[in-house]
Write a protein that binds this ligand. Structure first.
Ligand code: HEM
Length: 512
């Protein structure tokens, strides 16, 4: 046999062996799942398979074109299927809920949770207001804003940079040239790392440094290095402040260094590499989550002028003529319930983070109505937040519509004496709203993201009104319908759930 023939046979044998191994695992999983006693859908390829993560959507789109292409495979075997499916599967098969925990994570979480405190939230508030004010002015200076997503990304990056790591950057609109090299490097390297996360996880940073790879892939490696260097520089600066007993305000980084230092004296504090891990997680978890959510929220506001007016009533009541510099986190934030409801309603329909849980080494029980069933060890469970958040049983017959007022409980006073300051945010029934997850594992940045979003919404609505740009042959109502259609049909999970082409919905900002 020739060398080429031998290599071909070896490659074929490997593929066959891999396929046989995968199918044996699938059979085992199927037999285990049958014992659990809940409805089963079989996925031939794991959602966690790194190669599949890169090609899943392309392959599924191809299969959907085939005459026999519509099946459970094309319905479920890709990341983000639940966003399209909403509550359909649960209406067909029933509802479930469960929770897990682990030891190493608990140590990290104890320390990182202390970083997210009220002093930090006050920094988030001030920075978000200052960035939103500059962003509003920039948007209003243009006849049409196509860069909603890019600019909200800048805003959330700058808030994170200030409240997370003590570095402040002036807001820079998408079409404005940045004079700040440091801001550009940080922004660009973080963006490349986030955009290529799946690729980095699948291939590893070391592999990406190979000189024979295409330039695009080597740039990903360079971005990883430059981002790491940036984090190192921030860390060293903060360490010096800490050792000088000169630590400044309560940024996430300052708290991390301080807490890990004091924990180290008593028990087991964070090591240096754990601190870097946490810094990366803060960047990773705290940046695009808020960016995509704010983009959805702004688009929804643009197609709902009555909601803008409803939010303005509250902003006007709370701030009156006070200049933005005098807006106070402790006093004013808790009063902005309508602003908060805009965020809550947006993450109800467009929850950015896909949550996956493992049962770990313990068998877990799963509650389904009156029934308790048992989930085996080492099983991945993906709670379908989209189904929960759109289920008419919890959210009413208009569950698919964006309606922030559903989050507000009015005062019990008669309508004539209805006092806006008595309004309260409702607490949904436990387990029916998991946008920030629930229980011990819930997102530690929940309030951070709420403060940032509320400050941004209040800062914008206070001064401006927003509409979609009317295209030729349209009236304003048509433009609103077009943008709503874009939100509903052109959003999907990339790494997080996001609008795929927000630039297709240019907006216009006018003085109120
Ligand atoms: C709308 C905005 C946000 C949403 C919807 C969101 C949602 C979530 C969810 C669902 C989780 C997973 C929890 C789990 O494993 O069950 C999570 C984890 C996390 N989030 Fe957020 N998040 C948001 C913003 C933020 C921000 C702004 C930060 C920090 C600045 C942040 C920091 C984190 C961290 C550190 C974790 C990991 C927690 C752990 O495993 O201990 N998040 N987030």
């Amino acid at each position: 046999m020739t060398l080429v023939g031998l290599l071909s046979w070896s490659a074929l044998s490997l593929v066959v062996a891999w396929a046989l191994y995968s199918w044996t695992c699938l059979l085992q999983n199927y037999l285990t799942a049958r014992k659990v006693g809940i409805p089963i859908r079989i996925l031939p390829i794991s959602h966690g398979n790194p190669f599949w993560m890169i090609v899943d959507k392309a392959v599924i789109s191809f299969f959907k074109l085939l005459p026999f292409g519509r099946s459970n495979f094309t319905r479920y075997n890709w990341r983000g299927w639940e966003i399209e499916d909403k509550c359909r599967s649960h209406l067909e098969m029933g509802d479930v809920y469960m929770q897990v925990d682990g030891a190493q994570w608990k140590k990290q979480r104890k320390i990182t949770a202390t970083c997210f405190n009220e002093q930090n939230n006050a920094i988030v508030w001030a920075e978000a207001l200052s960035q939103a004010t500059a962003m509003g002015d920039y948007w209003a200076s243009k006849s049409a804003v196509k860069s909603t997503a890019d600019d909200t990304r800048t805003l959330s990056l700058h808030v994170l940079s200030r409240a997370g790591f003590g570095r402040s950057f002036e807001f820079q609109g998408h079409d404005e040239k940045s004079a700040n090299v440091l801001a550009t490097n940080y922004k660009e390297s973080l963006q490349i790392v986030l955009d290529n996360c799946v690729l980095i996880m699948a291939l590893g940073t070391k592999f990406l440094s190979n000189p024979w790879l295409p330039l695009r892939l080597r740039r990903v490696h360079e971005a990883c290095q430059s981002f790491q260097a940036y984090l190192t520089e921030l860390y060293e600066t903060e360490k010096n402040y800490f050792s000088d007993a000169n630590s400044r305000d309560r940024t996430l980084m300052a708290s991390l260094v301080r807490e890990s230092g004091s924990e180290a004296k008593t028990s087991n504090g964070l090591t240096e590499s754990e601190i870097f891990g946490n810094m990366f997680v803060f960047n990773f978890a705290g940046h695009d989550t808020t960016t995509h959510t704010l983009t959805f929220a702004i688009m929804y506001l643009a197609v709902n002028p009555s909601v803008q007016d409803w939010v303005f009533e509250e902003v006007d009541l709370v701030f009156g003529d006070r200049p933005v510099e005098e807006w106070n986190y402790e006093v004013d934030f808790p009063r902005l319930k309508r602003c908060l409801s805009v965020l809550m309603e947006t993450v109800r329909l467009y929850t950015p983070v896909p949550v996956a849980k493992w049962t770990g080494d313990r068998v877990q029980s799963l509650e389904i109505g009156e029934q308790t069933i048992t989930v085996p060890t080492n099983t991945m469970v993906i709670p379908s937040y989209t189904a929960l958040h759109t289920h008419p049983g919890y959210w009413g017959s208009d569950s698919l519509n964006w309606h922030p007022a559903r989050w507000i409980k009015s005062s019990d006073l008669p309508a004539a004496t209805n006092d806006m300051s008595q309004e309260e945010i409702i607490s949904p029934q436990r387990g029916t709203f998991i946008a920030w997850s629930e229980g011990d594992r819930s997102c530690p940045g929940k309030k951070f993201s709420q403060v940032e979003s509320v400050a941004t919404i209040a800062g914008l609505i206070r001064k401006w009104k927003v509409d979609p740009v009317v295209q030729s042959g349209e009236i304003l109502e048509d433009a609103r319908k077009r943008v709503l259609h874009l939100i509903e049909t052109d959003s999907a999970q990339v790494l997080l759930l996001q609008m795929l082409h927000p630039d297709k919905a240019p907006l216009v900002w006018r003085k109120r």
